[in-house]
Design a protein. Structure first.
Ligand code: FES
Length: 186
């Protein structure tokens, strides 16, 4: 393929894995909402998405100090952390080291509060006090060890100037069949 054609193709395919999952999920929600509206005879389709919520100012974060917040609803305990210059998938800032995740273990809902560890270049959450699951915060919360079989849900962050916003969640929060606040817990 000619160089110019390759560049054109690359320009069209700019979604990374995180964006693909986020937008894919949003599209699925939108489609299901539209379908329900049609079955119920409603004339208008309604698109449901994650709320956009202000979390913190980037300039005021201190390395390794966790900031607690709730997202995407008042029951969903989450944390944001600047990981001392270690780059992470989905990380914000010049060093791509600011990330946010759920505090709730995906195995059976153990609280991971107090489990953040920074050792060398490793940044993990865990061990979970119930069955010892540990998650890698630099790699979208994948499991390092333990009983869990799903990654720790990562809160999608956006940076606007100095302001950090939450705008989505990758992965299903423990105990939910749908992360969106309008659906709530089962
Ligand atoms: S609840 Fe966390 S490992 Fe079981």
């Amino acid at each position: 393929m000619a160089d110019s054609a390759q560049k054109e193709d690359q320009g069209r395919c700019t979604l990374n894995r995180r964006e693909f999952l986020l937008y894919g999920g949003t599209a699925a929600v939108a489609v299901s909402t539209i379908s329900l509206s049609l079955f119920s005879g409603s004339a208008r389709a309604r698109v449901v998405g994650y709320p956009r919520q202000w979390i913190a100012r980037l300039s005021q974060l201190t390395d390794h100090q966790l900031l607690n917040f709730r997202y995407p609803n008042e029951q969903a305990q989450s944390f944001l952390v600047k990981m001392g210059g270690v780059q992470a998938g989905g990380g914000l800032g010049l060093e791509h080291d600011v990330v946010a995740f759920s505090y709730i273990c995906t195995h059976q809902g153990g609280s991971l509060k107090g489990g953040y560890k920074a050792v060398g270049e490793h940044r993990v959450m865990g061990q979970c006090p119930l069955h010892l699951s540990t998650y890698d915060l630099t790699r979208h919360g994948i499991i390092v060890s333990g009983q869990a079989y799903q990654s720790l849900p990562q809160v999608v962050l956006e940076l606007e100037g100095d302001d950090i916003y939450a705008s989505g969640v990758m992965g299903l929060l423990h105990g939910y069949h749908d992360n969106l606040p309008s659906r709530g817990k089962p």
